[in-house]
Design a protein around this ligand. Structure first.
Ligand SMILES: Cc1cc2nc3c(=O)[nH]c(=O)nc-3n(C[C@H](O)[C@H](O)[C@H](O)COP(=O)(O)OP(=O)(O)OC[C@H]3O[C@@H](n4cnc5c(N)ncnc54)[C@H](O)[C@@H]3O)c2cc1C
Length: 289
């Protein structure tokens, strides 16, 4: 039988403590709601919605040596942030700029994009490329997990019922580092058939000191192409090596065929994206980001 979306309770708490205690009280029967652009499409069978847009969790700030993004920050607020125009953080700006249309960007949030855990989501690849962590609140305190560990499967995350994603924390980035985001959707405002974020750090000798290659929509969770990363580490990113790494990354993908694209197309797109993203990121890093 079709599930019904008929919540009877709607709370708009003003503090994170109140929000967390409401989520804990209702457990399985409640869901946080931020922009609602995913939730109102999914229409889960819940009794209670906890609006998290008034908790002061909308900010992009530099604190200590970390960059911090509140979970309720909208995509438009990301695009307004000067901090996210700097290399390599601009990969996150690029991601926001490629999502939805202005009406979606004005309401949709960074945290909602992550917590939906849809394989095609645009923020996770860039955040994983930048080694970001998720700060999670619960009634007994808080915990932090890497964004890579956060995703368990389509629409499945490490969040327990009653937990709230509060903040994304991006650690300081190494020198001579740049990152690139590429995406292909059916149209410019569509969700990704494939997306890719690649971060490259060059050594003083111009060789690739480190690379993080992350692909979306080609596996149940965002995929790190570990074999391709290992292949380029410590070597000059010459055209033949980049081709080989791109081919390797494509072989690491596990895409499905669906109404949007075939698995073969997604594999080929992954190869092309990794080739271009590695080349562009290395070029930007060489020019000083
Ligand atoms: C027309 C349209 C175009 C779109 N285009 C794109 C696109 O190009 N790329 C893309 O990636 N997505 C796209 N989306 C999907 C969606 O807009 C994004 O995923 C958006 O960022 C979700 O944020 P939200 O605030 O609306 O989440 P909501 O719908 O409010 O929440 C989504 C889920 O996350 C949970 N949640 C939200 N915040 C938290 C939190 N802080 N802690 C714990 N759980 C939380 C909710 O309970 C819910 O289960 C599109 C959607 C539409 C309708």
């Amino acid at each position: 039988m079709k599930k019904l979306f008929r919540p009877t309770e709607y709370y708009r708490p003003m503090t994170v403590e109140e929000a967390v205690s409401l989520l804990a009280k209702y457990g399985e029967r409640a869901r946080p709601i931020a922009g609602g652009t995913d939730l109102l499409v999914e229409k889960p069978e819940v009794e209670c919605l906890v609006d998290i847009t008034r908790l002061g969790l909308n900010y992009v700030k530099s604190e200590g040596d970390h960059l911090k993004i509140g979970a309720a920050t909208t995509l438009s607020e990301v695009l307004d942030s000067k901090l996210l125009k700097r290399e390599p953080y601009s990969v996150l700006w690029e991601e926001a700029s490629r999502m939805g249309d202005p009406s979606i960007r004005n309401t949709a949030t960074v945290g909602g994009n992550i917590c939906s855990a849809v394989p095609s989501a645009d923020f996770p690849p860039g955040l994983i490329a930048l080694e970001a962590k998720a700060k999670i609140l619960n009634p007994t305190g808080e915990r932090t997990v890497t964004l890579e560990e956060f995703f368990l499967g389509p629409r499945k995350t490490v969040l327990q019922k009653g937990e709230l994603l509060a903040e994304i924390q991006v650690p300081p980035q190494p020198a001579r580092t740049a990152a690139v985001f590429l995406k292909k959707g059916r149209t410019r405002r569509d969700i990704a058939l494939v997306n890719a974020a690649v971060r490259v750090t060059l050594g003083l000798n111009g060789a690739c000191e480190d690379a993080r290659i992350v692909l979306g929509a080609v596996a149940p969770t965002p995929l790190r192409a570990g074999k391709a990363e290992a292949l380029v580490k410590g070597r000059k990113l010459e055209a033949s090596l980049v081709e080989e790494a791109a081919e390797t990354a494509s072989e690491e993908t596990r895409p499905i065929s669906d109404v949007r694209a075939s698995a073969e197309y997604r594999r080929e797109l992954s190869r092309v994206f990794v080739k271009h993203a590695l080349t562009q990121a290395a070029d930007k890093a060489l020019r000083g980001g």
